[in-house]
Design a protein around this ligand. Structure first.
Ligand code: GLA
Length: 488
């Protein structure tokens, strides 16, 4: 066991006897005529704070959900993948594994990935790791209960589960950090330049605590959340698939361009390598607050045209296309550099403040006495707890506002959920990539039932016109769960 468990391998447990496993086993037998030889389980996640900053190199603070992708698997003696899904809306897919190892993974004619593309990404990454040297094919039956396109990382859980299953089947033993890194790389075959948060928490999560995830090198440190806080996830009923549009990659590119411009404008040298905003901060040796000042100084305009950015970076448009842009962002003519960079630096500050407040709450316990910002000692336990919860809540609200206005990745349904929550003084924010999906709300434990009831009435019944009894699948309180597991 390593000091913090991050360099341990994925734990192997005995198969739990649950109805879900029983059902999956039965269905596997019906489908393939044999029993599964092992199962893998990879959880979804909810990010508490630190949105759209992982790919800029800044720490994030997610936790794993109970909802997961559970896959039953069995080796075959040929070299094929036989893929099935318990949900009949997802079609069967059989393929010769060697065939797609060197092929691009293509979406459908509307640019939307097929469901099995995520499995292929995981396998492609695993094959690369194995140098295409594998002994067995695989029969897989997938059962997922993370709502898809909800910002709760169902896609990354599927990529990671496929990668883990294939590697386990070939007896490859990677530690959690190695496999999380491999899965982050693998998922980029779908076409998005994801940052790695989803795969990191999928493997490094621990029960009862969120994780503070840092990059280069990847590491995760447990963050205990205040006992009195409950985190509620609520679906906006707007689905968002980040691989089906260029919204996500556009933001990644805008951040990379902003980083280069800031370095160049401050007299630094930029080369062709990908530079993130956190690299820029390191190179310029500034604090996050100083970086915000630099943005205001060197990127004052609301919009920059492609020729303007090229001019600032001293490159041709052709060089920009080939060196800096992705296939789905090459046609872009304008970039918002100021707004994106301001979001990233301010969100990175919020993550640090959030973590600090969590640490204060747990190190002092609920008996703690802290000094208020005005120097007044906060005496009673409940005053102390309220103050911490308020601090955390306000950080979450500021995060949402920044994502809505500067990063432009919210959705009217998400904003409505945020507004409805304000009526009960509950702070919440969009979680995941955005443009739909879920919000995460910080709600005092003793108000959770009332809050869920209020969202059910005001949002799901009144606004979305769905039956009250059906709303419970869309809104739920959650506690931190453990990371990926193998069952044998
Ligand atoms: C998606 C990506 C992550 C991260 C979030 C936004 O979930 O996969 O890497 O960028 O969006 O925070």
């Amino acid at each position: 066991m390593s000091a913090n468990g991050n360099t341990d391998t994925v734990p192997i447990r005995t198969i739990p006897s649950t109805d879900r496993i029983e059902n999956l086993t039965r269905r596997f037998h019906d489908e393939f005529g044999s029993k599964p030889s092992f199962y893998v389980r990879v959880p979804g996640r909810v990010n508490l704070i630190g949105e759209h900053i992982d790919y800029c190199g800044y720490p994030v603070l997610p936790m794993a959900l109970e909802q997961d992708i559970l896959v039953a698997a069995c080796l075959t003696s040929d070299s094929k993948l036989y893929l099935r899904n318990i949900n009949s809306k997802y079609n069967n897919f059989d393929v010769e594994i060697t065939k797609f190892a060197d092929m691009d993974i293509q979406p459908d004619s509307n640019g939307k990935p097929f469901w099995y593309n995520y499995v292929l990404c995981g396998l492609k990454g695993a094959l690369e790791y194995l140098n295409n040297d594998f002994k067995n094919g695989l029969k897989l039956l997938v059962d997922g209960n993370i709502p898809p396109a909800s910002g709760l990382s169902s896609s990354s859980a599927l990529v990671s589960a496929a990668c883990l299953a294939f590697l386990y089947a070939q007896n490859a033993t990677l530690n959690k950090i190695e496999i999380a890194t491999l899965c982050a790389k693998s998922e980029r075959y779908i076409g998005t330049q994801g940052g790695g948060m989803d795969q990191a928490i999928a493997f490094l999560a621990e029960k009862y605590s969120a994780q503070y995830i840092t990059w280069q090198p990847l590491n995760a440190t447990a963050v205990a959340l205040p006992e009195e806080a409950s985190f509620v996830v609520a679906h906006s009923l707007a689905e968002a698939n980040k691989a089906a549009t260029n919204d996500y990659n556009r933001r990644v590119i805008e951040c990379r361009l902003a980083a280069k411009v800031l370095i160049k404008a401050s007299g630094g040298l930029v080369n062709q390598k990908i530079v993130t905003l956190s690299h820029a901060q390191k190179i310029l040796n500034k604090t996050l607050v100083e970086m915000i000042d630099l943005v205001n100084e060197y990127l004052p305009k609301e919009m920059y045209t492609k020729p303007e950015v090229c001019n600032k970076l001293d490159i041709t448009e052709n060089e920009m296309d080939t060196l800096y842009l992705t296939p789905n962002t090459r046609h872009l003519k304008e970039f918002k550099l100021k707004q994106r960079a301001l979001h990233v630096f301010s969100e990175a500050l919020r993550v640090e403040d959030f973590r600090k407040a969590c640490t204060q709450s747990t190190s002092n316990g609920s008996n703690g006495h802290i000094n208020g910002s005005n120097g007044v000692t906060v005496k009673s336990d409940s005053e102390f707890v309220d103050k911490i919860l308020l601090t955390l809540g306000e950080l979450m609200s500021s995060s949402h506002e920044s994502l809505q206005t500067l990063y432009e990745c919210s959705h009217e349904n998400l904003d409505r959920l945020v507004d409805i929550s304000k009526k009960m003084n509950v702070h919440c924010r969009l979680t995941g990539a955005g443009w739909g999906g879920c919000v995460v709300a910080l709600c005092p434990k003793d108000k959770v039932d009332e809050y869920i009831q209020m969202l059910t009435d005001e949002f799901y019944v009144k606004h979305c016109e769905i039956e009250k009894s059906k709303a419970s699948v869309y809104v739920f309180a959650t506690t931190p769960n453990c990371g990926a597991l193998i069952y044998i």
